[in-house]
Design a protein around this ligand. Structure first.
Ligand SMILES: [Zn+2]
Length: 274
C-alpha cells in the first residue's frame, strides 16, 4: 500500500507546530522525525529496530504515524514502519482525532460480545507460537469435512467439500459452519455468497507489514473477497450489511475475530486470534 499524501501533510503540520512551540530551532523535518523515533525507540518492534533507525524517510514517516496513533490509544499494530491496512486504518482515525479533538464515534450499531470460550491467543507472535506452534507447521493441519460446499472465490467452478485448517480450530470451525448452514440453508448461503472461499492456509507475512499473517497458522479464513476488499470500510463491504448479522454472531460466539466488525477494514477476514 502507498502512504497517502495526507500523511506527509499531517507530519509536516506536527513539525510546524513543534517549531512554533520551540522558537527558532534549526532542525529539519527529517531530523525531527528521526529524533522523535529515537526518543520512543523502546516502542519499536525489536526485530525491526535497526532497520527502522537506518531506514528511509518513508519508513520514518510510517513509524512516526504508528507511534503517534499508539500514544492516542489507537491500535496501529506492530511498530515496524510498513504501511499496511492496519496502519492505514490507524492513520485515518488519527486524522479524525486531529480535526475533531476526539476519536471517531463508534461506527458500530452492534455489540461484539467479549467472549473467548476457546481461549484463542492474542495476535502477538510469542502468544501465537505458544498456542499454535510455529507458522507454517503443516504437521498440525487437518482436513475438516465441510457442512456445506464452498467454492473458490477466484474460480467458482472449483468446489470444495473439505478444508485444511489448524487442528486447534477444527471443532470450532465445524460448529460455526454447521450453525450457518442450519440458519441460512443452501440457497441463502449462495445468495449471500457465504460459500465464496478466499483461502485459509497461506504461509506469508501480512500485506504491507512484516509480522506473520494469521493465515500462516491456518487459523484465518477469507470469504467473498471480491465484495469485501481489504481497504473497503462498511460503506462498501457487503459483509457489513444487516443480513450478515447472524453469520457474524456464529463466529463471535466462538471468539473468532472479524477485522471488519472490529476495525472496519478487511471485511473478508476472520481469525481465531484476538
Ligand atoms: Zn485474510
Amino acid at each position: 500500500m502507498n502512504i497517502p499524501s495526507r500523511a506527509y501533510v499531517f507530519c509536516q503540520s506536527v513539525f510546524d507546530r513543534f517549531i512554533t512551540q520551540n522558537g527558532t530551532l534549526t532542525i529539519t523535518f527529517e531530523e525531527f522525525l528521526f529524533l522523535e523515533i529515537d526518543r520512543q525507540k523502546s516502542m519499536l518492534s525489536p526485530e525491526h529496530k535497526v532497520d527502522i533507525l537506518n531506514g528511509s524517510l518513508k519508513r520514518h514517516l510510517s513509524v512516526f504515524i504508528q507511534l503517534f496513533a499508539k500514544t492516542l490509544g489507537i491500535n496501529s499494530g506492530l511498530i515496524d514502519g510498513f504501511w499496511g491496512p492496519q496502519t492505514d486504518y490507524a492513520f485515518w482515525t488519527l486524522i479524525h482525532y486531529d480535526e475533531n479533538g476526539c476519536l471517531p464515534p463508534l461506527w458500530r450499531d452492534y455489540e461484539i460480545p467479549d467472549i473467548n470460550p476457546n481461549h484463542w491467543p492474542d495476535e502477538k507472535e510469542n502468544e501465537m507460537i505458544a498456542f499454535y506452534g510455529q507458522p507454517g507447521d503443516e504437521s498440525k493441519h487437518v482436513y475438516i469435512q465441510l457442512p456445506y460446499e464452498l467454492c473458490l472465490a477466484w474460480d467458482i467452478s472449483t468446489k470444495l467439500k473439505r478444508l485444511l485448517c489448524h487442528q486447534k480450530v477444527e471443532d470450532s470451525l465445524l460448529r460455526v459452519l454447521t450453525a450457518v448452514r442450519l440458519h441460512y440453508g443452501d440457497n441463502e448461503i449462495k445468495t449471500l455468497r457465504l460459500d465464496r472461499f478466499g483461502g485459509c492456509y497461506n504461509y506469508r507475512r501480512k500485506r504491507g507489514g512484516s509480522s506473520w499473517s494469521t493465515h500462516a497458522w491456518a487459523i484465518a479464513l477469507d470469504f467473498d473477497p471480491d465484495r469485501n476488499q481489504l481497504q473497503w470500510g462498511r460503506d462498501r463491504a457487503h459483509f457489513a450489511k444487516p443480513e450478515y448479522d447472524f453469520w457474524w454472531s456464529c463466529w463471535e460466539k466462538e471468539g473468532w475475530v472479524s477485522l471488519g466488525r472490529k476495525s472496519n477494514y478487511d471485511w473478508m477476514h476472520l481469525q481465531a486470534a484476538r
